[in-house]
Design a protein around this ligand. Structure first.
Ligand code: NCD
Ligand code: ZN
Length: 363
């Protein structure tokens, strides 16, 4: 990591630029078709690779579908890009253990995703009960394929703010105990209890952290008016939870790493009577993290969080090449092209303090 300080403008000891190994996005929604072609460049410009979520409609449930989806992503990349899509399989009640072996053998698939049925966008074909995929989890444990978890119960008796905490008690704790060799990622951790659970678990259990759960809380969603572009699942929590998530991400535990959960939805699907869940952070994702790390006085840990811990968890080589962040305020676009509609990014039209310098790409 290279620091450059500029003393001549009275910036004191504030870093003016920061160069880090190209980051890995541990959790990214790219969608498909024209929308995918419009958004993938936001990520490939900055990230060396990303774990691409399989919740298309219909979902990616076979190795063949995952490989075909990967090929469509590769074909949509800007010319010259060496961005690497790492694929994940969508688990259903009917996933056969043989599919896990095929996924592992393909080399294209790095994980399988557990969506509790109905928990989030396109999760209707998810798993209704972990007991139904017991043989699949045993196969994943045996062949070393990590399990990514959307950690929320769907029980209507549980308030939306409590769904992650209750999931830890009812589902995740017993799961981690029953499969002692399974590597598990609690995706988009959003609560103090989630952070504590992962912190206390064995080293094979990790969590991804999104920019919105680091920078925003429920007041940014609901105070002074409903802000649909801040609505995602897990829903933003109270300040205390945001602070716990920020402490974990900016601390020195290798268990917490970057996963943007950038999840584009057409503006018409967000600004309507029943808006879809998902925050589109890709146009300024690394810059948002830099802001959060700077606020925590932890810019020197941004590289570990963004570029090293996730790669290490997945057993991937650290990517060649670097990206440079410069302290140069710019404005997040009001909207970005997205197929036949547009998508409104996180903090649209607002200033961000850091900018990824052009030409950072390359390994
Ligand atoms: C994601 C999406 O839109 O696909 N939405 C979200 O609010 N995070 C799905 C998910 O990761 O839960
Ligand atoms: Zn997601």
């Amino acid at each position: 990591m290279i620091w450059r300080d500029d003393w001549s403008f009275g910036a004191g000891d504030m870093a003016e630029s920061l160069t880090i190994t190209r980051p890995t996005d541990g959790h990214l929604h790219l969608r498909d078709g024209a929308g995918m072609a419009d958004v993938v460049g936001h990520s490939s410009r900055v990230f060396a690779r990303a774990v691409v979520m399989p919740n298309l409609a219909p979902p990616i449930v076979t190795t063949g579908q995952a490989v075909a989806y990967r090929d469509r992503i590769l074909a949509a990349l800007p010319p010259g890009s060496d961005f690497e899509p790492l694929m994940a399989l969508y688990l259903t009640d009917a996933t056969p253990p043989a599919e896990i072996r095929a996924a592992k053998a393909s080399g294209a698939i790095v994980a399988a995703k557990l969506y509790p049925a109905g928990a989030t966008t396109h999760a209707d074909r998810g798993v209704t009960d972990v007991g139904r995929i017991a043989h699949v989890l045993s196969e994943m444990e045996a062949c070393g394929l990590p399990l990514l978890v959307h950690g929320e119960v769907v029980d209507p008796a549980v308030d939306i703010f409590d769904r992650e905490r209750v999931f830890l008690e009812r589902v995740l704790a017993p799961l981690v105990e029953r499969w002692p060799g399974l590597r598990v990622v609690l995706e988009h951790v959003s609560t103090r209890e989630g952070v504590e659970f992962v912190g206390a678990a064995p080293p094979r259990v990790a969590a991804t952290v999104t920019p919105q759960h680091l920078l925003l809380d429920v007041n940014d969603l609901l105070a002074g008016g409903v802000r649909p572009h801040h609505y995602c699942l897990p829903v933003l929590k109270g300040r205390e939870h945001r602070q716990a998530v920020a402490r974990a991400a900016t601390g020195d535990s290798p268990k917490f790493f970057l996963g943007t959960d950038s999840a584009p939805h057409a503006r018409s699907r967000k600004e309507c009577g029943c808006g879809a869940a998902g925050v589109f952070s890709a146009p300024a994702a690394l810059e948002f993290y830099a802001e959060a790390f700077e606020a925590a006085g932890a810019l020197d840990r941004l590289e570990a969080f963004a570029s090293l811990r996730g790669a290490d968890f997945y057993g991937l080589p650290r990517p060649a090449g670097t990206v440079t962040l410069v302290r140069e305020p710019w404005e997040v676009p009001a909207s970005c092209p997205f197929g036949e509609d547009v998508v409104v990014p996180m903090r649209a039209g607002e200033a961000v303090a850091w900018r990824v310098a052009a030409g950072s790409e390359g390994g």
